[in-house]
Design a protein around this ligand. Sequence first.
Ligand code: AMP
Length: 228
Amino acid sequence: MGLNVIMMGPPGAGKGTQAERLARERGLLKISTGEILRDALKEQTPVALVAKAKMDRGELIDDQTMIAIVRDRLMRPDAERGVILDGFPRTVAQAEALDRILEERDSGPLVVIDVVVPEEELVRRLASRRICSSCGTNAGPGDKSPACSRCGGVMVQRADDNQEVVLERLKIYQHATRPVLEYYRGRPTFRVVNGTQAPERVAHELDTLIDDAASVAVPVKTTTEGAL
Ligand code: AMP
């Protein structure tokens, strides 16, 4: 049976880096909604052009659009073995929709991880974060190279990582996304990891937490409203 993992946590907590590794090591499909939107922007799709202004301001894209994007990815054959979700759900409406989709799909337990990092540390990390303009990979800690270690592309600062937008994203995280943690907190598969530790340490703890949570999981049933 597959395994589904949600990486929760504010921008800059390190969710993307850990999601990337977990997907690679466990053979799961990584679904990063921010990355999907940034790729769509490069292709100038109509959805992306509407989303761009909101992304530049650090605001959330509407639930209907985001749920449709994630539903589409989850229904593909390469998602059958399980998925790692990074950046979704960000609202309670998205979390409720995800439960309904997972129930329809009937494909293994859902583990929810909250990566906790204090706000001052997030602001500091985001100010110096760089991503590859070609493949979207984050620069590793201490990596100052102008070229991407994976594809050789040019490393750049994300348009929404400037300080003003970062503060807006953290504010939106508090009011729109924090309630999602409360939606999941009562479940036996909810786990918290300290994201201020070295990435290898976070990775090690995550592996243990995920295996432990998956072993107590029961299939997602929306009828029990959040408390599984
Ligand atoms: P991220 O790369 O996850 O930080 O996402 C970058 C931006 O994409 C966010 O600031 C939002 O504008 C948009 N976005 C990504 N995922 C979502 C989501 N689940 N709901 C709404 N907007 C999203």
